[in-house]
Ligand binder design. Sequence first.
Ligand SMILES: NC(=O)c1ccc[n+]([C@@H]2O[C@H](COP(=O)([O-])OP(=O)(O)OC[C@H]3O[C@@H](n4cnc5c(N)ncnc54)[C@H](O)[C@@H]3O)[C@@H](O)[C@H]2O)c1
Length: 243
Amino acid sequence: MTHDRFTGRSAFVTGAGSGIGEAVARALHAEGADVVLADLSADRVRALADELGDRAGAQQLDVRDEAAVRAVVGAPDVLVNVAGIGSTTSAPDTPLEVWEDVFAVNARGTFLCCKHAIGGMAARGSGTIVNIASIAGMVGLRNRAAYCASKGAVIALTRALAVDHVADGIRVNAVCPGTVDSPWVQRLVHDAGESLDALRARQPMGRLGTPEEVAGAVLYLASDDGAFITGSSLVIDGGLTAA
Ligand SMILES: NC(=O)c1ccc[n+]([C@@H]2O[C@H](COP(=O)([O-])OP(=O)(O)OC[C@H]3O[C@@H](n4cnc5c(N)ncnc54)[C@H](O)[C@@H]3O)[C@@H](O)[C@H]2O)c1
């Protein structure tokens, strides 16, 4: 097992203030990358960057804001789009603003970060992008209409970018986590009234995934280990959608 796959490489991680994004940023940093931790929540990424020390920087960023994204994303060797928000209703119960918000963060935010990183990556002739989608973009999950649609958009965008930029030396992949134990799931339980035990019970492995397990797959795709992989969407769900 290699532990320095990212030495000398730069990485930009959105949603790095919590859960999966934090785990991805920590893992990239541990394997030698210079990491920018970007998040809507400036306090959280500042604290994390301070904790990581050398090779870590914090960036307050709203991925919905094109001017802000253009100003800070740069041309990292590795871009990981993790920032995302959920929804907890069927279509008839989804206010238009919720649909717009979910798409603004999950689909537009991912699009904008890719859009403004790709020019510099292409000029250099290299770059890898990993977008965090979800199994919700592949199968219908009850009462998450806007979220499912937005993650389907991320998967389709990933394929489109992979095709457009393969000749630029850029690889673009997605990961599709199932239910991962993060602050997100705690909110889901609170908002949608689902029980943690019920979420665990539907898992073939009888447990939720961990942010570190998702990070492991992200690093595989982003590193040279994934050199022949582009346009793919890797499911990491403990067998949930296989059942
Ligand atoms: N936890 C799961 O079960 C699960 C499953 C599948 C996919 N995902 C996806 O993984 C990603 C991260 O999930 P998580 O569980 O770590 O959630 P989380 O809520 O713990 O973290 C999400 C982070 O994104 C940030 N963020 C939200 N809106 C933003 C914006 N406009 N600009 C910048 N940052 C913003 C938040 O501040 C937060 O730090 C999301 O895209 C989510 O859809 C999570």
